[in-house]
Design a binder for this molecule. Structure first.
Ligand SMILES: NC(=O)c1ccc[n+]([C@@H]2O[C@H](COP(=O)([O-])OP(=O)(O)OC[C@H]3O[C@@H](n4cnc5c(N)ncnc54)[C@H](O)[C@@H]3O)[C@@H](O)[C@H]2O)c1
Length: 425
């Protein structure tokens, strides 16, 4: 059984507390560093998210004063040469070519799952059974049934001192964390609208190949599970409540595509000559939803928004004010205080780089902005604190299951001509 040292309470990102030691880089050596117990990480998958999570594990302890010392102990991939190269590039001490061997290693405390959705459940269940903490990329699983088994296993493991978290990293942008605290403080009053879009354009070319993201048996769903899962989680996190039902449309615009001709890199890939295959997931998903408070929500997830690269946009309208966020300008939060006199009221830009903004006390001077990769550093930081304190990290596997149920309701509604579909509880 893996148990990590407990430490006194350490702040949530929304709370004030000094935890910066910028300018005093920490050594990331194996074992205790400055008296800190290690948190030995084994990561499965070494491509897009593998690189992003590596950045998180490598950097978190050098920027934040963590109670445990993250150690990049082992990285796993199926190709021995490629995984060795990834280990060297991203700073992992050893390699495995079978995730089962990684999960069974007794020199690992936490398994970090950065593979496509078809393997999340199997790896997470095995890791929890082997006594490890787990960090699993989103969406939690490829179906609600898989997610139910994972959430149940995580709950049982919690009783044994093991913790599990889902990688909804957009909660950990300083501006979204600030938005959450402003909503919780009541600055918007009762919410009326939560408007969220997540727009990409990497599928516009019909010759883009049939990578794993376009195959239901590997990805579970398309834009819905990939982008939609993020905005469902973010909308619910920001609103502080969970959707009760949805009404949806989905579409697959290009139904047949060339097969891939080589390695996939991030969202890029090349096509093979000749052979084609069926696209078995949605290309776009649009849906509306209701919150228990009476607020209405709208969602759009697509890979066909020509010119939009990673445009995750949120707007919250409440009776007292509004907030707006755009991931492509992630150091900014727009806020309209509806209680100000109309003569000089208006949206104003909050530059979210002040030391008293979430996560920012450990980074750079005001105005020296952060980027996408920092969300993974913050994710590692928050998980390390939760493990050290024996506290359930958020989002939990139960949260991941609830998002999975929303995804399932969206698919069910779309199949039934947009009929309003309650979210299973
Ligand atoms: N949080 C985010 O912003 C974000 C962004 C992109 C992807 N994701 C999620 O991360 C996960 C991985 O996506 P990605 O973009 O990194 O994919 P990717 O294709 O870039 O990488 C997948 C990796 O998994 C490895 N892999 C696949 N099956 C494996 C197996 N059985 N055993 C060992 N390794 C295996 C591949 O070799 C590869 O290294 C997905 O769940 C995806 O939805 C999250």
């Amino acid at each position: 059984m893996i148990r990590s040292a407990r430490t006194p309470h350490v702040r949530h990102p929304d709370q004030d507390e000094e935890d910066s030691h910028m300018g005093q880089p920490q050594q990331q050596s194996e074992g205790t560093e400055a008296g800190k117990p290690p948190l030995r990480v084994g990561m499965v998958g070494y491509a897009f998210m593998g690189a992003a999570h590596s950045q998180g594990w490598r950097t978190a302890g050098r920027v934040f004063d963590l109670p445990l010392n993250p150690v990049q102990a082992v990285i796993c991939g199926r190709d021995a040469t490629a995984v060795r190269a990834a280990a060297d590039r991203h700073g992992w001490a050893s390699v495995e070519t079978d995730w089962r061997a990684l999960v069974e290693r007794d020199d690992i405390d936490l398994v970090d799952i950065c593979t496509p959705g078809d393997s999340h459940a199997e790896i997470a269940l095995a890791a929890l059974a082997a006594g490890k903490h787990v960090l699993c990329e989103k969406p939690l699983a490829n179906s609600a049934e898989e997610a139910e088994a994972m959430a149940a296993a995580a709950e049982a493991a919690y009783g044994r001192g093991q913790l599990a978290m889902v990688g909804f990293n957009y909660r950990r942008v300083p501006a979204t964390a600030l938005a959450r605290s402003m909503v919780a403080e009541g600055r918007l009053g009762s919410l009326r609208h939560v408007r969220v879009t997540y727009l990409q354009d990497w599928l516009v070319d019909p010759e883009f190949p049939l990578t794993w993201r376009l195959r239901k048996e590997l990805a579970g769903s398309g834009a819905l599970g990939d982008l939609g899962a993020h905005i469902i989680d973010l909308a619910q996190y920001l609103a502080g409540e969970q959707l009760t039902g949805v009404s949806a449309l989905t579409e697959t615009f290009v139904k047949e595509r060339p097969l891939p001709g080589g390695a996939v890199k991030g969202l890029s890939a090349v096509s093979a000559e000749g052979a084609t295959g069926q696209v078995t997931v949605d290309d776009a998903a649009l849906f509306t939803g209701r919150f228990p408070s009476g607020a209405l929500a709208s969602f759009e997830a697509t890979r066909y928004a020509t010119g939009r690269k990673n445009a995750l946009r949120v707007e919250l309208n409440g009776e007292r004010g509004s907030l707006a966020f755009d991931l492509e300008r992630l150091n900014e939060l727009s806020y309209h205080d509806g209680t100000e006199p109309a003569a000089h009221a208006g949206f104003r830009r909050i530059l979210v780089t002040e030391p008293d903004h979430p996560y920012l006390d450990a980074w750079w001077p005001p105005g020296h902005g952060l980027g996408y990769e920092h969300t993974f550093v913050h994710q590692a930081r928050d998980l390390v604190h939760a493990i050290a304190e024996g506290r359930q990290p958020e989002p939990s596997f139960a949260d991941g299951l609830q998002v999975q149920r929303v995804l399932a309701a969206v698919e069910e509604s779309a199949e039934k001509n947009s009929v309003y579909t309650p979210i299973a509880v």
